[in-house]
Design a protein around this ligand. Structure first.
Ligand SMILES: Cc1cc2nc3c(=O)[nH]c(=O)nc-3n(C[C@H](O)[C@H](O)[C@H](O)COP(=O)(O)OP(=O)(O)OC[C@H]3O[C@@H](n4cnc5c(N)ncnc54)[C@H](O)[C@@H]3O)c2cc1C
Length: 515
C-alpha cells in the first residue's frame, strides 16, 4: 500500500464502500478500499431492502444464496385510537425481486467483503484511516495512518468517500450536511427465539411510545421503541428494561441479540462531488429508517457512480460524465428523505389528538381508490427515473433515464434467462425482437466497441414477475432498440432501423459532446 498508485481509492469498507469495491473490481479498475475499523460494525442497523437494492446486489455480483432474505408480505400501520389505518401491500415481485425483504446486515457485509477479495484488481486494508488528501491536476494524494501509527500516502485518480454519516471526506471537501436531527432517541432491539407466527412489518403509531416491529431471517424479530422524555440510553439498554418492554410479545426464553440507542437524522449534502472526490452512502445523505431506504440509497449511489468512474478510467468516456452522478442521484435521495420524514409524522404523532386526526384521515383516504393505491400500492415511492443526467434528451417509446425493467428473455443464441444475466455488467445496445447489430455500420461498430459497448438481442421476452403477464416495456419495445447503461438505466432508444444513429448519439453522450 505504501506510496502506491491506484485508479480509485474508496474510503470506508461499510456496505456501500464494499459494494462499490465489488463493482469497480467487476469493471477491472485498480482500486484500494480502506477502513479505519478492523471489524464489521455489529450494532443493529439496516434490516430491510427493496427490489431495487436486491437487483443492484445481483449486479454487484452476489449470488442468490450469498445472504439470507425474508420476503415481507405487507406493512401494517396501526393506531391505538382508530385501529389499522393503512396496510401497504409488499407481496409479489418487481423485476423478479421481492418488493420488500428483511436481512441481517453483518451477513450481507461479510458476503460483500468476501466477494471483493475475488477481484485481483481490488486491494483492501482495514485499520487504516484517511487523515487528509491534497488534490492535484490529475491525481489526489491521500494521507493515511495505520492502526500502528504508521503514516503513508496513496495516489489515486479519484477518491470515493464511503465513510459514513460522520464522513471526513465530506468535511475535507467543505460540504455542509444540511437537514434536521430529530429530538427523539430510539432503542433498537434484535431478539431471537420469539414465539408466535408474526410474519410481517407493523408500526404501532402510539404517541405515548411508537413501536415498529418486524421479522427477519435467522429467527430474528426487531422492535424499535421511541424513548420518552427523561429516559436515558444507559437505563434503556439494560436487560431488565428491555425485557419489560418486550413483555407484551415475548417470554423469558427470548434471547436479546443486539441493542442500541440511536438518534435519527434527515440530512443531505448540497453536492455529492468536488473535483476528483465523490460522496456515496451515509457520507452523502442520511435518512430516518421509517421507509428502510438509507442503505438502499447508498447502493443506488454505488451502481450509478462505479461504472462512470470505470468508463472514464479506461478512456471509454469523457471525464465530464462524472458530473451526472450528483445530477442524477441527489434529487432522488432527497425525495426519499422527504418520504421518510412524512412517514415519521405518521409513526410519531406528537399527541393523542394529532394521532386521531392524522390516522383517521389516512383511514378515510382508503375509501378513495386513487389515494389508496398511492399509499398502499407503493405509488408514493419515488420512481427510479431521472429528470436530468446521462441519457438522450427527448422522448422515445421508453422512458430514457429510467431503469430498464427486468425481463425473462430468449437471446438470439442461448436459452431463456433473466435479462440482467444476459446484459452482465456491460453497456449494451439491445435489439428487442430482432438483431440490432445488423443495423450498425462498420465504423459505428468499431467506435461502439472502443466505448466499451456490446450488443444483445432479445428475440422473445416475458415479464420476470409471475403476477404480471407483460411488463409495459416489452410491448412498447417490440421492433425497437435500446441502449442500456451498465447500471440498467435507459440511455437511448429508437426504431431498430435507426440503430446506427442511436449508437452514434449514445457515443456522443459518453464523449460529452452531444445531448
Ligand atoms: C436503526 C437503523 C435502522 C436502519 N434500517 C435501514 C433499513 O431497514 N434499510 C436501509 O436501507 N437502511 C437502513 N438503515 C441505514 C443503513 O444502516 C445505512 O445507510 C448504511 O449502513 C450506511 O452504509 P455506509 O457504507 O454508507 O456507511 P457505514 O456503514 O457507516 O460505513 C462507513 C465506514 O467508513 C469507515 N470510516 C469512517 N471514517 C473513516 C476514515 N477517515 N478513514 C477510513 N475509514 C473510515 C467506518 O469505520 C465505517 O466502516 C438503518 C440505520 C439505522 C441506524
Amino acid at each position: 500500500m505504501k506510496d502506491s498508485e491506484v485508479d480509485v481509492l474508496v474510503v470506508g469498507f461499510g456496505p456501500v464502500g464494499a459494494a462499490i469495491g465489488c463493482l469497480l473490481g467487476r469493471y477491472g479498475v485498480r482500486t484500494l478500499v480502506i477502513d479505519k475499523a478492523k471489524e464489521i460494525f455489529a450494532a443493529p442497523r439496516a434490516i430491510a431492502l427493496d427490489n431495487e437494492a436486491l437487483r443492484i446486489l445481483d449486479l454487484v455480483g452476489l449470488s442468490d444464496g450469498a445472504f439470507a432474505k425474508l420476503p415481507i408480505p405487507y406493512v401494517r400501520m396501526r393506531c391505538p385510537y382508530v385501529g389499522e389505518f393503512a396496510k401497504v401491500d409488499t407481496s409479489g415481485t418487481i423485476d423478479g425481486y421481492p418488493k420488500l425483504a428483511t436481512f441481517y446486515q453483518p451477513e450481507l457485509e461479510r458476503a460483500l467483503r468476501k466477494l471483493v477479495t475475488t477481484h485481483d484488481c481490488v486491494a483492501t486494508a482495514t485499520g487504516v484511516e484517511l487523515d487528509h488528501f491534497v488534490e492535484g491536476e490529475d491525481l489526489i494524494r491521500a494521507h493515511l495512518t495505520t492502526a500502528d501509527g504508521e503514516r503513508c500516502s496513496v495516489r489515486a485518480r479519484f477518491l470515493v468517500g464511503a465513510d459514513g454519516a460522520s464522513s471526513k471526506v465530506r468535511a475535507l471537501i467543505g460540504q455542509d450536511f444540511a437537514g434536521k436531527t430529530y429530538a427523539e432517541d430510539w432503542l433498537i432491539v434484535d431478539a431471537l427465539n420469539v414465539p408466535g407466527t408474526f410474519d410481517h412489518v407493523e408500526f404501532m403509531c402510539d404517541p405515548r411510545r411508537p413501536t415498529p416491529r418486524m421479522i427477519a431471517p435467522g429467527g430474528r424479530t426487531r422492535w424499535e421503541f421511541m424513548l420518552r422524555p427523561g429516559e436515558t440510553r444507559e437505563e434503556m439498554e439494560k436487560g431488565e428494561t428491555i425485557r419489560g418492554l418486550l413483555a407484551p410479545w415475548a417470554n423469558a426464553s427470548v434471547q436479546i441479540e443486539r441493542k442500541a440507542v440511536y438518534r435519527f437524522h434527515a440530512r443531505s449534502c448540497n453536492r455529492y462531488r468536488r473535483g476528483r472526490a465523490f460522496l456515496v452512502g451515509d457520507a452523502a445523505h442520511v435518512t430516518p429508517p421509517f421507509v428502510g431506504q438509507g442503505l438502499v440509497a447508498g447502493l443506488r449511489d454505488a451502481a450509478n457512480l462505479a461504472w462512470k468512474l470505470a468508463w472514464v478510467v479506461k478512456g471509454r468516456a469523457h471525464e465530464s460524465i462524472l458530473e451526472t452522478y450528483d445530477e442524477e442521484r441527489r434529487p432522488h435521495a432527497t425525495k426519499m428523505i422527504a418520504l421518510a420524514k412524512l412517514m415519521g409524522k405518521l409513526v410519531m404523532p406528537r399527541n393523542a389528538a394529532i394521532a386521531m386526526v392524522t390516522h383517521s384521515a389516512m383511514k378515510l383516504a382508503r375509501l378513495l381508490p386513487g389515494l389508496r393505491g398511492m399509499i398502499e400500492g407503493l405509488g408514493i415511492k419515488p420512481k427510479p427515473a431521472f429528470r436530468r443526467g446521462l441519457f438522450a434528451k427527448g422522448r422515445g417509446r421508453l422512458q430514457r433515464g429510467s431503469l430498464l425493467p427486468q425481463m425473462l428473455v430468449t437471446p438470439e443464441t442461448g436459452t431463456q434467462a433473466l435479462s440482467d444475466e444476459v446484459l452482465g455488467a456491460n453497456l449494451a445496445l439491445v435489439g428487442i425482437g430482432a438483431n440490432a447489430e445488423a443495423h450498425l455500420g462498420a465504423d459505428t461498430r468499431r467506435r461502439w466497441a472502443d466505448h466499451g459497448g456490446t450488443t444483445a438481442s432479445f428475440v422473445a421476452f416475458a415479464s420476470a414477475d409471475s403476477e404480471r403477464d407483460a411488463t409495459p416495456m416489452p410491448e412498447r419495445g417490440r421492433g425497437w432498440c435500446v441502449v442500456v447503461r451498465p447500471d440498467r438505466t435507459i440511455l437511448h432508444d429508437g426504431p431498430l432501423a435507426d440503430a446506427d444513429r442511436i449508437v452514434r448519439e449514445a457515443i456522443g453522450i459518453l464523449d460529452g459532446v452531444a445531448t
